[in-house]
Design a protein around this ligand. Structure first.
Ligand SMILES: Nc1ncnc2c1ncn2[C@@H]1O[C@H](COP(=O)(O)OP(=O)(O)OP(=O)(O)O)[C@@H](O)[C@H]1O
Ligand SMILES: [Mg+2]
Length: 272
């Protein structure tokens, strides 16, 4: 099973990660034996049923939760709390409603004590990159959902993280906006490569965005399969409508929806 790439070069390493939460007198196992290596500048998507531990995994990588056992390494070091090298984008827009688009994007730079001129320049660059330049002075309430998420993406990029952790960032958007933002995110990523871990419920989204799709299963939350996506870049509408895309989507769909009936041919625990 291809849960691992070249470990020496891996940007993110999860080794046998287990996470339990106290549930009454018992421990509820949210994640069990999750191992995964993500190479620098890879775009990995994770998909799986509700409750399979996707957000828990994300929170561990973000440094908001600690694994109960096993380890989560970034650049070879155990994750110990949030850090500026990891930008996090959640489903809820989490913009400051009283700040304009520009002020929101500049916020992290201000915290990082970046000088005014550079702050302005970097904010403008990323606002332009997500196509919001006409809305720099708008407040979040004047933006559509898709625009708010573009602003959140610009804000995450502005602090120059090497890793972007995205937990269902397009989950609240309509299908058309979602497709447009997927394309834009990939354009952004191809211009400004980062290591991306992107969580979604949507099989099409997972296949369209990822160079690998991690399929997770629930009870306990674990890696069920990892599927390589060898579709060409740029990922255009043509790619989305191609037979190769359909075939991959069917494979991932099957892995997600037939977890009870499909034997796990290559459990990540094999050989141990
Ligand atoms: N802080 C917590 N305390 C107790 N249980 C928790 C906590 N966080 C998560 N869980 C449990 O762990 C399991 C995994 O939750 P998680 O939010 O990671 O799932 P998910 O895959 O992100 O689901 P969804 O697709 O619905 O967002 C769930 O059963 C949830 O109830
Ligand atoms: Mg979740």
């Amino acid at each position: 099973m291809t849960t691992t790439t070249d470990t020496a070069a891996a940007k993110i390493v999860l080794r046998d990660v287990r996470k339990t939460f106290a549930l009454g007198n018992e421990d509820f196992v949210a994640l069990d034996g999750v191992s995964l290596d993500i190479a620098d500048n890879e775009f990995v998507t994770a998909v799986g049923p509700s409750g399979c531990g996707k957000s828990t995994l994300m929170n561990i990588l973000a440094g908001l939760e600690e694994p109960t056992a096993g380890e989560a390494l970034v650049d070879g070091k155990p994750v110990a709390g949030p850090g500026p090298e990891r930008g996090v984008i959640f489903q809820q827009y989490a913009l400051f409603p009283w700040l304009t688009v520009r002020q929101n994007v500049e916020f992290g730079l201000r915290t990082a004590k970046v000088g005014k001129a550079e702050r302005r320049e970097r904010a403008e660059y990323f606002i332009r990159m997500v196509g919001l330049e006409q809305f720099s002075d708008a407040l979040p309430k004047m933006l559509s959902g898709g625009m708010k998420q573009r602003c959140a993406i610009a804000r995450a990029y502005a602090v120059n993280p090497t890793i972007l952790l995205m937990d269902e960032p397009f989950g609240a958007l309509d299908a058309l906006t979602r497709v447009k933002l997927q394309e834009q995110l990939l354009t952004t990523w191809s211009q400004e490569k980062r290591t991306v871990m992107f969580i979604t419920h949507d099989v099409d989204e997972a296949v369209f965005l990822g160079n690998r799709v991690v399929v997770m299963a629930a009870r306990p939350g674990r890696v069920f399969d990892v599927i390589d996506v060898d579709l060409p870049y740029p990922r255009t509408e043509e790619v989305r409508l191609s037979p190769a895309f359909a075939e991959l989507r069917n494979r991932v769909w099957h892995a997600v929806y037939h977890q009870e009936t499909t034997p796990i041919s290559n459990s990540p625990k094999d050989g141990r």
